[in-house]
Design a binder for this molecule. Structure first.
Ligand code: GLN
Length: 380
């Protein structure tokens, strides 16, 4: 393997999902729903295939989907963007993140990230050859340590890569935190890349896109996808929204990474984004009920549960059970209890920082969540 990927192992999600199958454990690890997306979206995909929408799509997106993404962004943020010049459709948000990094970051540029961070960020930045500056968000509330953030900026800082609602903690960046990030980005002439794939799973506060703050749109790439909102994580439809001068870089990278994204799935995604607001309300309501079941359950088992305001994840402190670290705890949980969680140490530059924390997902039907809690109650 090339040097730039030498330090990375098989992704933790793949590892844990394979173990789940091997041990017949309930998978509250990798974040994928065990229920399906809406019928009307699946029908739209079938119709698109039958209607012969099966050749290469336009590189930067099927026009209907570019328009639907722009319309949704306007509803969510009030920002009016040109769907032809400022929206790029990608194969999932992970590709949008990679295209953004490859298209806008030079080797040796510094990029600030907030740990714990989604695993692809570090690997992608390593492929780019960028330098990572990591700011650690700490329990119980995972708030941004402002002085540390200020100190992390230098003349080489090219961008801040952030994620709200935040995987794995469920933290949502507050308006005050976003204002601090904005003013530092403006002051240091840095870009902001904002991964907002869980924006529709915001339970305790309103989601705020940093692009909507004053003078921020021109320096922000907003990244999102269909998978979480429509319970279709296998479709891999994502997008990047950015002003034309940044979109150019994203599109150049996207053109030579994947060239274009699946044509019929893009058509169906455009249909999905026509969903009435009630769809989103119901999604939020369902997930809130699931969250309640898991959070109350984990508390009753004896975990220290940190509040999750958004995403379909919750982070807990496993140390009351006396295992050595997060990896040892997750191994024990799979083999002895029959439940899978994600150890968080892989989401930090220094794995020690995550050794007390593990992540559970509640994107499963209520019965599955209850059974998992029951197993932990009996065997932990
Ligand atoms: N985003 C999903 C999670 O955090 C995992 C996606 C993947 O397996 N790469 O669980």
């Amino acid at each position: 393997v090339a040097k730039r990927l030498e330090k990375f192992k098989t992704t933790i999600f793949t590892q844990m999902s394979m173990l789940a199958i091997k041990h017949g454990a309930i998978n509250l690890g990798q974040g994928f729903p065990n229920f399906d997306g809406p019928e009307f979206v699946k029908e739209a995909a079938i119709e698109a295939i039958k209607a012969g929408k099966n050749q290469y799509a336009r590189g930067y997106g099927v026009p209907d989907l570019n328009s639907a993404v722009a319309a949704r962004f306007k509803k969510d943020t009030g920002l009016v963007v040109d769907s032809e010049k400022e929206v790029t459709i990608t194969s999932g948000c992970t590709e949008a993140i990679a295209a953004t990094m490859l298209g806008l970051i030079n080797p040796d540029d510094e990029v600030i990230v907030f740990a714990p961070f989604y695993d692809s960020y570090e690997a992608t930045l390593s492929m780019v050859g960028a330098k990572i500056k990591s700011i650690t968000l700490r329990p119980p509330d995972f708030s941004v340590p402002i002085d540390e953030l200020k100190a992390a900026f230098s003349k080489n800082t090219r961008a801040v890569l952030m994620n709200t609602p935040h995987n794995p903690t469920g933290k949502m960046f507050t308006r005050e935190e976003l204002e601090v990030i904005s003013s530092l980005a403006i002051e240091n002439d840095a870009l902001v890349f904002s991964d907002e794939v869980y924006d529709k799973l915001a339970f305790e506060a309103d989601h705020i896109s940093i692009a909507s703050l004053p003078n921020m749109y021109e320096r922000t790439v907003t990244l999102n996808s269909l998978g979480k909102t429509f319970s279709l994580t296998g479709w891999k439809i994502g997008w990047a929204i950015a002003p034309p001068h940044l979109t150019w870089g994203v599109r150049q990278a996207h053109s030579y990474l994947t060239f274009a994204t699946s044509t019929p799935m893009q058509s169906a995604a455009a249909a999905a984004l026509q969903a009435p607001e009630s769809y989103y309300e119901e999604l939020r309501r369902d997930y809130k009920a699931k969250k309640e079941i898991l959070v109350e359950g984990l508390k009753s088992v004896g975990f220290v549960v940190y509040p999750s305001s958004g995403t379909y994840f919750v982070v807990v402190d496993h140390t009351p059970f006396g295992l050595e670290n997060d990896v040892a705890f997750c191994e024990y949980l799979i083999k002895e209890v029959g439940v899978v969680a994600i150890p968080t140490s892989v989401f930090y530059l220094n794995p020690e920082d995550g050794k007390n924390l593990v992540r559970f997902t509640f994107c499963k039907d209520e019965e599955t969540l209850r059974t998992a809690v029951e197993r932990m109650k009996q065997k932990l």
